[in-house]
Design a protein around this ligand. Structure first.
Ligand code: NAD
Length: 272
């Protein structure tokens, strides 16, 4: 059975690549909606051409309402405000969502969890398969190295990124904190300056770089006396995120209502 896909933020950096990734998917997926801001100058433009491909016959429209009845799964890589409006509409219509947008407040996060009681939602701060493998490695490293190491998280992204630290860095922090029974809200240190005093073992430090066209680098360092372990992921193309998000969309079409993440899609969260 074909799954009908909508992409919102269709003219964005991710939106254009997602449009291309749908054509490469192994699942039966068909793009049936491409949505942008109502004031976008690109309304009416063919989304395939916009993505640098041939015409696909799916024009960019200025509201999700216009196409909501023609899609089974909405892929949303936009901004938190737009995503929240889409969550409400998709919940009303029972349309599944793949959410890649980052930078939600705890309240917005809570509203997404509540809406996921009405439709399947796959939300991930990073849809690349490699990063999700790193989450598994981080969990293992944190459990084994435990309280004998200092843990620091470094991330670097392109100059246009509007939130910091990256959603992926925060997810890495959560994986490590959960493995060690720590509350990330209490132990996170976001940047250091001046007379900081000596480092406390419990803390998890974050360092952020914004520069040029870096697609996304993350390193978690576990540093002990005499040795350190570093787990690094480097994205060199947004296609890694897009392929994961499209894979999640195909997987989500067969799921019950609920909140899932990329680890569910990859089968890491199975009990067996
Ligand atoms: P971008 O600014 O290039 O694209 C965002 C697009 O959303 C723009 O085209 C904008 O016009 C559109 N938009 C804004 N409001 C809208 C609305 N109300 N309706 C429809 N479209 C609207 O940004 P980007 O680099 O593509 O990133 C988008 C989001 O995805 C960011 O939050 C980023 O952090 C996140 N991201 C997540 C992953 C992941 O794997 N989860 C990977 C890359 C980026």
């Amino acid at each position: 059975m074909t799954t009908r896909i909508g992409i919102t933020g269709a003219a964005g950096r991710m939106g254009r690549i997602l449009t291309g990734a749908i054509g490469l998917a192994v699942d039966q997926l068909q793009l049936t909606g491409a949505i942008e801001r109502p004031e976008s100058s690109l309304l009416g433009v063919d989304s395939g051409e916009l993505a640098g491909q041939g015409k696909n016959g799916v024009p960019v429209v200025g509201s999700l309402e216009q196409v909501i009845d023609e899609i089974d799964v909405l892929i949303d890589f936009t901004v938190p405000g737009a995503t929240m409006a889409n969550v409400a509409l998709c919940a009303e219509h029972g349309v599944a969502m793949v959410i890649g947008t980052t930078g939600f407040t705890p309240q917005q996060q809570g509203a997404i969890e509540q809406a996921a009681g009405k439709m399947p939602v796959c939300k991930a701060t990073n849809f690349s398969t490699g990063v999700n493998v790193c989450f598994q490695l981080l969990d293992m490293a944190a459990r084994v190295l435990g309280d004998d190491v200092d843990i620091e998280i470094y991330e670097a992204h392109h100059r246009h990124k509007i939130d910091a630290p990256s959603g992926t860095a925060l997810s890495m922090g959560e994986v490590v904190a959960n493995a060690l029974g720590r509350d990330l809200q209490k132990v996170a240190v976001y940047g250091r300056e001046g007379q900081t005093g000596a480092r406390e073992r419990e803390t998890i430090g974050f360092a952020t770089v914004r520069a040029g066209d870096i697609v996304g680098d993350h390193t978690v360092t576990f540093a002990a006396e005499g040795e350190r372990v570093e787990i690094t992921h480097k994205a060199s193309s947004r296609m890694s995120f897009a392929r994961g998000a499209v894979r999640a969309a195909g997987w989500l079409a067969g799921q019950d209502a609920g909140l899932y993440d990329m680890r569910d899609v990859l089968g890491f969260n199975k009990a067996d």
